[in-house]
Design a binder for this molecule. Structure first.
Ligand code: FAD
Length: 540
């Protein structure tokens, strides 16, 4: 059977007399020759490091002559800007085509053992059986599952003009039916393959004279997903402030009352409260609505830590996805990626841009539905008589604003300046993210790595932060992933290292990347003497 091979060069930086390399390439449809640079923990001086780099250049040159390349990996550093991601992707070529769907034909001669008591013993439970109150759920707008995902995708892809002209900033947070795809819950649960989505978009783009481009196009949105997955997999403590090397350290307030009011849609700002109500009841809100409430909770108004907002989103969003949630909260709170912290969303003016009359507020905060448009975003400014006519007295039926936006945002701007000043000239972006997982080689032989398609593009960041995975290499398609261990001269193909299980630091599908971003070799990395077949020679 043809297989893909990973040949890990450690010593043995040569083509001649290298049986492990030879064996890795034999019957192989896709060869990944790796070298892992580990400068931070290397004891070697400059001269020795130069010698090593010479050797790698030479090896790369020799491999190029025969149609291959060295992949020099450096502790899994991720691109920290969208532009950088784009230039890496340009070197990778398009993502893999989706694998064909499983059909009855595949299952011929194969059965799943099922007993008569299957439904009782192993059937999918209902909400009550999970200890949830079924009366607590909101409208069933987005039913889960692959069937719903593919139906939704089909319907969207019929709208050629909409797909081709899609520009995210032109979509509205206030529209009463979604102005973006709402495929995020399906992508999060993997009911929809991201590669399927990508290639269906590609089909729609084909044959059209013009279509929008990343970062604002739908392809561009999927690349944002890649961006945050990659960052989440390689930046330690990505979902918290302390210990996160790209995160601005800020003295956020501990204010449970403000946090509670924000979560419950009781801030006294109708636009913010409408968004939080939509989130609580329906489980999905538009991206720019997420911007508005995230900014309001953090640097804009309430000065509550983004980590608290992340937890609320984690609970309430249908699409809550660890890397995407953390990455976007870092962004919106001005803690990482985005540094124009002086640009703050107004909880009054922002919604008005796309909904002057306040239809969105009337829908989600119905107590305000009879306010005239003039006051719908600021009901506390309405004269008493207007409030009485609307049947809602501010301070009695609907809260007064919990902060004065003008005052709070000005004060917070000052506090952001202090946080930046404390950091001095060291921009968070200049920190290098290091991969600190203790996941090691066993991850590579890994049945789990290639099996799912959470990833559009498997990443192979190298020592320059580039990811030049060679065209045609197809880790997702591996029939059998084989690791050949470069120091082992007579036992080149080891697939069963007896090792402790790989520790997964990522409580989300970003594990997929953890398995593709190579960590530096760990102490527990098997040496030839641990070769289970006991036939390896010492390293050359
Ligand atoms: P579309 O505009 O139709 O985009 C298509 C797909 O592209 C999305 O389904 C999503 O997979 C991806 N995408 C779009 N925007 C982004 C983005 N900014 N970052 C990463 N991927 C993106 N998205 C999540 O899926 N899960 C989260 O937990 C999540 N948390 C967020 C938290 C905050 C504070 C913010 C500001 C944004 C968050 N997002 C999250 C990103 C974004 O808001 C949603 O992906 C998007 O609104 C989903 O709606 P859609 O499917 O209609 O998106």
């Amino acid at each position: 059977m043809q297989h893909s091979s990973i040949h890990w060069f450690r010593k043995g930086l040569r083509l001649h007399d290298n049986p492990a390399l030879l064996a890795a390439a034999t019957d192989c449809c896709c060869l990944h020759p790796l070298f892992i640079l580990n400068p931070s923990s290397s004891q070697a001086g400059t001269n020795a490091q130069r010698f090593l780099l010479d050797a790698l250049q030479d090896l790369d040159g020799s491999l190029q002559k025969i149609g291959s390349r060295v992949l020099a990996l450096n502790e899994g550093k991720a691109p920290l800007t969208y532009k950088r991601l784009q230039s890496l992707l340009a070197t990778l070529g398009p993502p893999e085509k989706p694998a064909p769907a499983l059909t009855q034909e595949h299952l011929q001669g194969c059965h799943t053992p099922c007993q008569a008591s299957h439904d009782t013993d192993y059937g999918v439970p209902n909400l009550e059986e999970l200890g949830q109150d079924p009366t607590n759920v909101g409208p069933h707008l987005y039913p889960g599952g692959e069937t719903a995902a593919l139906t939704r995708l089909d319907a969207l892809m019929e709208r050629t003009a909409w797909v081709c002209s899609f520009q995210k900033p032109r979509t509205a947070p206030t529209s009463l039916s979604p102005s973006t795809t709402v495929l995020s819950p399906y992508l999060k649960f993997g009911c929809l393959s991201v590669r399927t989505f990508w290639w269906r978009l590609d089909q729609v783009y084909q044959g059209q004279q013009e279509h929008s481009q990343p970062p604002t196009s739908l392809h561009g949105q999927l690349l944002w997903r890649e961006f945050f997955y990659t960052a989440g997999a390689s930046i330690p403590n990505f979902d918290r402030m302390v210990g996160n090397p790209v995160c601005l350290q800020v003295d956020w307030d501990n204010n449970p009352q403000h946090l509670h009011a924000w979560r419950e849609g009781q801030t006294g700002y109708p636009f913010i409260d409408a968004i939080m109500t939509q989130l609580r009841t329906e489980g999905w809100i538009h991206h720019l609505a997420r911007h508005a409430v995230a900014c309001f909770l953090t640097r804009g108004d309430l000065w509550v830590s983004w980590e608290e907002g992340l937890k609320v989103f984690e609970e309430l969003l249908l699409d809550a996805d660890w890397s995407l949630n953390a990455g976007n909260w870092l962004w919106l709170s001005g803690s990482a990626f985005f540094h124009q912290y002086f640009r703050v969303y107004s909880p009054v003016a922002f919604g008005k841009k796309t909904d002057r009359d306040g239809a969105y507020i009337r829908k989600y905060v119905p107590i305000l539905k009879d306010f005239p448009a003039e006051y719908i975003y600021e009901p506390w400014k309405a004269p008493q008589a207007v409030q009485e006519r609307a049947g809602c007295l501010v301070g009695t039926h609907y809260p007064q604003p919990i902060v004065e936006h003008g005052v709070a945002s000005k004060r917070n701007l000052g506090r952001m300046k202090v946080a930046h000043a404390r950091k001095g000239n060291k921009s968070p972006m200049r920190h290098q993210a290091h991969f600190t997982s203790s996941c090691h080689l066993s991850c590579l032989s890994l049945p789990q790595a290639p099996s799912e398609s959470h990833w559009l593009v498997p990443q192979w960041p190298n020592h320059k932060g580039k990811s030049p995975r060679p065209r045609g290499s197809e880790p997702h398609k591996d029939v059998q992933a084989v690791v050949s261990y470069g120091s082992c001269t007579t036992c080149p193909v080891l697939t069963h290292f007896a090792q402790p299980p790989c520790i997964n630091p990522f409580p989300s599908p970003s594990l997929r990347l953890a398995t593709w971003l190579l960590p530096p070799p760990q102490k527990s990395t098997p040496t030839p003497s641990t070769c289970p077949k006991k036939v390896c020679h010492p390293p050359t």
